[in-house]
Design a protein around this ligand. Structure first.
Ligand SMILES: *Cc1c(COP(=O)(O)O)cnc(C)c1O
Length: 448
C-alpha cells in the first residue's frame, strides 16, 4: 500500500511539474491512445501499481493542462497546493460528510469553513449554507429554498403537495441569465421558459428601470459576474426594490461573488449580501479541486425546509448542524475540507491577492491586445476579457490557431452579436510571465 500511495503522489508531482513545458491542449497523438485504457473488462484483477502506471502513461498526456498557469478557457480555476493535498488526505479519510454521527470531524471542519466563507465573502453571519457540487447545484438548492420561502408566505406546502394546483410564481431573470440557472428552474418545475426576461446594457447588466412590477410571488434572479464580461447586476438598487415588494432575490455569483474578498474589487459586489440566497463556486475562483459549490441562504430555515429529510434510521442531533439537511445529497464527500485548507493556506490577504492578481493579469491581457490594435469588447472590471480580431471568420481563425499552438488555451463566444475570443484568468498558478508568453503567442498567430 505504501508503495502505491507514494507512487501516486510522485506521479502527480511529476505531472504538475511538467505542465509548464507541454501543450495546454492535449495533442491528437495523446488523445488517439485513450482507447488503450479500454478493451474488454479484464476477467481477473490487475496489480494496483500497474493500474496506476497505465492510467498515468495514457491518461496524463491526454488531459487538458488546466491545472497550469496558461489555461484561460471558460471560468476554470486551478487547484491550490494546500487544497489539492487536503483533497488527497480527505480522500483517504473517506468520510460520509452528510451526517454528524457518521463523521463528526468533517461536520466540524465544514462549519469552520462556512464561518470563514461568510466572513471573507461579506455575507450575513446568520446565513445558512450547503456544500454542493458546483454553481449549477448551488443555483438549484438556493432556488428550492426560494420556492419554499415564497410558497410558505402564500400558505402552500410545496414540498408536501408539489406544484399541482399551486398558485403561480413569477421568476424574473436578466437577458444575460446563465444557462445553469434556467436548468435549475426546469428541474424545480418552475419552467425554463416561463420566466420574465429583463433587458440588459452593453456589459450585460440588468437595467433597473426595465424591471417589471415585483410582488410577494416573485423570485428575482440577479447575477454577480457575467460569464462573458465579468459585469455585475446593480444589486444594491435591485435588492432595495425587491425588498419593498416583498420579492425573493437570488444571486448567481458563481465566480463574481469572490470579488467581495478583495478590497479593491468588493465595490462590484456591493449589495449582493442583501439577497435572500446566493450561489457560488469554490472550484472556480477559490481554486479547490472539482467539484465544489456553495448554496447560501439568508434564512437557514428556508434552506433547511427545502432540503430536509426524515427517516427513522437518520438520527437527528438537534443541537448540531446536520449537513444533509442543507443539501440535495445525503451521502457525499467532505468538500468543505478543501475549502478550509484553501482559506487557511491563503489567509484573508492571500485570498484578496489571488483575486486581485487575476484581475491585474486580465488588464495586462487587455492592454497588450489593445496596443496591438485589436478591440477589447468589454470593460475589464474583473477577470474576463473579450477580444475581437476583426470579423467572425478572422476571430474564429485566431481562436483555433491559439488552441492549436498550445502555449495557452482560450475559447470563443458571441457577445451581443460579435464573435470574440474569451480570456478568463482564474488560477493562482498564472504568473505575469505566463500572461506575457500567452500574449506573445496570441499576437503571433493573429498576425499570420
Ligand atoms: C460556471 C457558472 C455557473 C455554473 O457553475 P458549475 O460549477 O459549472 O455548475 C453558473 N453561473 C455562472 C455565472 C457561471 O459562471
Amino acid at each position: 500500500m505504501d508503495d502505491l500511495f507514494m507512487n501516486a503522489a510522485e506521479r502527480a508531482s511529476l505531472y504538475l511539474n511538467g505542465l509548464n513545458s507541454r501543450s495546454v491542449a492535449p495533442r491528437p497523438e495523446a488523445l488517439r491512445r485513450l482507447p488503450e485504457l479500454g478493451g474488454p473488462l479484464p476477467e481477473n484483477g490487475e496489480d494496483p501499481v500497474q493500474v496506476l502506471a497505465l492510467l498515468d502513461e495514457i491518461g496524463s498526456p491526454a488531459t487538458t493542462a488546466s491545472a497550469g498557469g496558461r489555461y484561460f478557457g471558460f471560468v476554470i480555476g486551478g487547484s491550490l497546493p494546500a487544497a489539492l493535498a487536503s483533497n488527497w488526505l480527505a480522500g483517504a479519510w473517506d468520510q460520509d460528510a452528510g451526517m454528524v454521527v457518521a463523521s463528526p470531524a468533517t461536520a466540524a471542519i465544514e462549519e469552520i469553513s462556512l464561518g470563514w466563507l461568510r466572513d471573507v465573502l461579506r455575507l450575513p453571519a446568520g446565513s445558512g449554507a450547503g456544500f454542493v457540487t458546483g454553481a449549477t447545484m448551488a443555483n438549484f438548492t438556493c432556488l428550492a429554498a426560494a420556492r419554499h420561502g415564497v410558497y410558505r408566505k402564500l400558505g402552500w406546502d410545496v414540498e408536501g403537495r408539489g406544484l399541482y394546483g399551486a398558485p403561480p410564481l413569477t421568476v424574473v431573470v436578466g437577458e444575460e441569465v446563465h444557462v445553469s440557472l434556467l436548468k435549475a428552474l426546469a428541474m424545480l418545475g418552475l419552467g425554463r421558459e416561463r420566466v420574465v426576461r429583463v433587458p440588459v446594457d452593453g456589459q450585460g447588466r440588468m437595467r433597473p428601470e426595465a424591471l417589471p412590477r415585483l410582488d410577494e410571488t416573485t423570485i428575482l434572479c440577479l447575477q454577480a459576474g457575467n460569464v462573458n464580461t465579468g459585469a455585475f447586476d446593480p444589486a444594491r438598487e435591485l435588492c432595495a426594490i425587491a425588498r419593498e415588494s416583498d420579492a425573493w432575490v437570488h444571486v448567481d455569483g458563481a465566480f463574481g461573488l469572490w470579488a467581495a474578498a478583495s478590497p479593491q474589487r468588493a465595490h462590484l459586489a456591493d449589495g449582493v449580501a442583501e439577497a435572500d440566497s446566493i450561489a457560488t463556486d469554490a472550484h472556480k475562483w477559490l481554486n479547490v479541486p472539482y467539484d465544489s459549490g456553495i448554496a447560501f441562504c439568508r434564512s437557514p430555515e428556508n434552506l433547511r425546509a427545502a432540503m430536509s429529510t426524515t427517516a427513522a434510521y437518520l438520527i437527528q442531533e438537534e443541537e448540531q448542524r446536520e449537513p444533509s439537511q442543507y443539501t440535495p445529497e445525503l451521502s457525499r464527500r467532505a468538500r468543505g475540507v478543501e475549502i478550509w485548507a484553501a482559506l487557511r493556506s491563503l489567509g484573508r490577504t492571500g485570498l484578496a491577492e489571488l483575486i486581485e492578481r487575476c484581475c491585474r493579469h486580465a488588464e495586462r491581457f487587455a492592454d497588450g491586445l489593445r496596443q496591438a490594435g485589436y478591440s477589447v469588447l468589454n470593460e475589464v472590471v474583473l477577470n474576463q476579457v473579450l477580444v475581437s480580431f476583426g470579423d467572425e471568420i478572422a476571430t474564429r481563425r485566431v481562436i483555433a490557431a491559439v488552441q492549436q499552438d498550445g502555449t495557452c488555451w482560450c475559447g470563443g463566444t458571441v457577445w451581443q452579436g460579435h464573435t470574440a475570443m474569451r480570456i478568463s484568468v482564474s488560477s493562482w498558478a498564472t504568473t505575469k510571465e505566463d500572461v506575457d508568453k500567452s500574449l506573445a503567442a496570441i499576437l503571433s498567430v493573429a498576425k499570420m
